[in-house]
Design a binder for this molecule. Structure first.
Ligand code: MN
Length: 711
């Protein structure tokens, strides 16, 4: 285990400005917090965070990252709290530790059912600071190095496949090549020990037979270049057993046929020398066609630059050669951290980790992802949110998505019948914006249908399309039903019996191809019932037509036999309630058919009706259906004049409350020294309830005038 002073010295070595005392405090804090806890290996648990910090220091990460490495398991596994961390190490470190803790908690939710690519994106999205991800990766690397001590076979297997599926590709994505290689190889050893065993055996056999081929080839390459005045450092290595295995699988070839199992790296001084070295090598050895790549003129999205080529090398073996400058090499080996170290030197202020931001930008904006980016456009930082179903299934949604979007993402039918949601176990409104990592449970009811109001807050295309489709079909159904009722009443008023047969012949006159279309047009108010009657029976003269009482509010309270019943009142569909007079069940009402907008219901004393006296054909006789009186949630609007005195408003709301009215909106429309004028919207069941409330208000001394809004 790394000693305290070794770690501190190493960090100070590359970052003289690091907070030495904070590092020391973190070391001691972690040691005390983990106390006597042991790892499965029998080592003190504390050795783990120290090793993680050590791994991070190899990458020359900043002081906060190292401290986070030391503290990363304290909140999850010991009695230490987030508050302790914050008060001892400040907000920044607390945020990082919190981030790592959250990622660790996500791991427990994950199982084989989750999609690896989505899960990687979730990890990225959750790591708002890339350092969180780097600490998590270092944590995983150390856990993989000590995987053999885990006793449960199943657990070892699960950790190894998770590493292979998720953490190794992530390491590659953030450009830390050696972490990726090591993570892969350690997983491979656990997941397929036989394959790895035979490959390693074969490699050592080849080494025995051929001696130090790598060393000989390196030396020859170096001499060849030196002979032409290019000073180069040449190093070679065998590929990792896993990358050999992957190649064997991908290309379906046997190990014997696998020629380029060695890779060489030529590191030179300048970019010009890269191309010079390439020319010399291509002049000397036979080039394998189709393998040359110039990542210097076109760097990979993660800033990787190098020349790649494959030649038949000195011992007539295919060898892969990468040519690059020292700086390019550091970037390739250490990720963008190195890039920054080269460019900036160590700065004193907090901006020294600009490379982190650069890395985020690259992850965010990479347009044409190559191998390093796994063909995925990484929009997750701004555009996506990832949530779990109660079974742990991961759903990817556009940012701003709500439980309704989630429900539709699970299944159209779930969306169509959803009535509520629980987010992380708590009831939440359907319009709640979901956050990364939320667990969402949708409550459904068989008789629920999509609400047109959902359209105003859903984000996903699927949800919107489903809701629209439903609303449109519902609207058509309502138009049809209403249209049929309108035309039947219109016929009855002329003492005729409505029969479809009588009307079929005149369909073309209304540009309708079917009765369905005619009903819809009637319901939508594009045609009036009277139009249809007078067309079918031209002997009925237009002048004889009378809207039959609809225009005469003085008629009896009883609905006449020609009136169209008004039942379900779904806003935005065939029937609308006037926003001028807010009709309530129990009010005397009349319908006005407006072209293309269906029927608007007004109270018979609504002042707006004055605008329609010249168009009696638009008036439709309506009455409240008995079912409407049972419905709750109708809104009536009152105009109240209230004395400007202490307690007046309390008296007003007291009366309304006793009358079981629910105030949904309250607006002061005028105010003087003595009086307020208020506009109050009340949710009531019917007009009787509202009348009781009005009577109660009128009886209160604080209240002056009380009236219902009349347009
Ligand atoms: Mn850990």
């Amino acid at each position: 285990m790394m000693r305290q002073y070794e770690l501190v010295d190493r960090v100070l070595g590359y970052d003289p400005g690091a907070d030495e005392s904070a590092l020391n405090r973190a070391y001691v804090f972690s040691m005390k917090a983990h106390g006597l806890q042991l790892r499965e290996s029998g080592d003190p648990y504390f050795s783990h965070p120290v090793e993680v910090a050590g791994i991070l220091s190899e990458k020359k990460l900043d002081c906060d990252s190292i401290i986070t490495g030391l503290l990363h398991d304290t909140v999850e596994d010991t009695v230490a709290t987030m508050e302790d961390i914050r008060s001892l190490f400040g907000d920044k470190v607390a945020r990082l530790v919190d981030g790592v803790t959250k990622l660790s908690q996500l791991e427990t939710m994950s199982d084989r059912a989750k999609q690896a690519e989505n899960f990687r994106k979730l990890l990225l999205a959750m790591s708002e600071d890339i350092r969180v991800l780097l600490v998590k990766q270092a944590d995983r690397l150390h856990n993989m190095r000590t995987l053999k001590y885990v006793r449960s076979d199943a657990k070892r297997h699960r950790i190894a496949s998770e590493t292979m599926d998720i953490y190794a590709p992530l390491a590659e994505r953030i450009g830390i090549r050696d972490w990726k290689d090591e993570l892969e190889d350690l997983s491979f050893a656990e997941l397929n020990p036989d394959a790895r065993g035979s490959i390693t055996k074969r490699l050592s056999f080849l080494k025995q037979r051929g001696g130090d081929i790598v060393g000989r080839v390196s030396a020859e390459l170096q001499e060849t270049l030196a002979g032409r005045n290019v000073l180069a450092e040449v190093s070679g290595r065998e590929k990792t057993p896993f990358s050999i295995w992957r190649k064997m699988r991908r290309k379906h070839i046997a190990f014997e046929q696998l020629s380029d199992i060695m890779g060489f790296r030529v590191v030179v001084g300048t970019q010009e020398e890269c191309y010079q070295a390439l020319g010399i090598i291509h002049g000397r050895y036979r080039v394998v066609p189709g393998r040359f790549k110039d990542y210097i003129s076109i760097p990979k999205p993660n800033e990787y630059r190098s020349l790649h080529t494959t030649v038949m090398g000195p011992e007539n073996q295919r060898i892969e050669i990468q040519i690059r400058t020292r700086e390019m090499h550091e970037v390739a080996e250490l990720g963008l951290a190195a890039h920054w170290h080269f460019k900036q030197g160590v700065q004193q202020d907090g901006r020294q980790y600009r490379w982190l931001r650069g890395l985020l930008e690259i992850l965010e904006h990479a347009e044409a992802p190559e191998e390093f980016l796994e063909n995925t456009k990484l929009e997750m930082f701004s555009d996506q949110v990832f949530c779990f179903s109660p079974k742990g299934e991961l759903k990817e949604l556009p940012r701003g998505a709500t439980p309704v979007d989630f429900a539709y993402a699970v299944h159209t039918e779930i969306g169509n019948t959803c009535i509520g949601a629980k987010i992380n176990g708590e009831r939440a409104p359907l319009r709640t914006e979901l956050k990364n990592g939320d667990q969402v449970e949708i409550v459904t009811a068989a008789d629920q249908t999509p609400s047109p109001a959902w359209e105003s807050f859903v984000i996903s295309g699927k949800a919107r399309a489903c809701i629209r489709r439903y609303v449109r079909s519902q609207q058509r159904a309502e138009y049809m039903k209403l249209g049929r009722e309108i035309v039947e009443k219109a016929f009855r008023r002329e003492s005729r019996v409505f029969e479809e047969r009588a009307v079929l012949g005149i369909l073309p006159k209304f540009s309708c191809r079917s009765m369905t279309e005619l009903y819809e047009a009637l319901g939508a108010g594009q045609i009036t019932g009277r139009d249809v009657v007078t067309s079918a029976f031209p002997e009925i003269r237009a002048s004889e037509y009378d809207a039959d009482g609809a225009s005469d509010p003085s008629r009896s309270d009883e609905p006449n036999e020609f009136a169209v019943p008004i039942r379900g009142l779904i806003p935005g569909m065939a029937v609308h309630l006037g926003t001028c007079c807010h009709p309530l069940p129990g009010d005397q009402i009349v319908g006005i058919a407006a072209t293309g907008r269906g029927l608007t219901i007004h109270t018979t004393d609504c002042e707006t009706l004055a605008n329609f006296v010249d168009v009696p054909e638009q008036w439709v006789d309506v009455h409240w259906d008995a079912s409407a009186r049972d419905g709750a949630g109708h809104v009536g609007r009152l105009l109240v004049t209230l004395s400007n005195s202490p307690g007046a408003l309390a008296a007003l709301t007291g009366v309304i409350g006793r009358g079981q009215g629910n105030i949904t909106n309250l607006k002061i429309s005028d105010r003087s020294a003595d009086f307020f004028e208020l506009q109050i919207d009340l949710e009531v069941n019917n007009v009787d309830q509202l009348s009781d409330i009005i009577a109660g208000l009128r009886a209160d001394p604080a209240v002056g005038l009380v009236e219902r809004e009349r347009g």
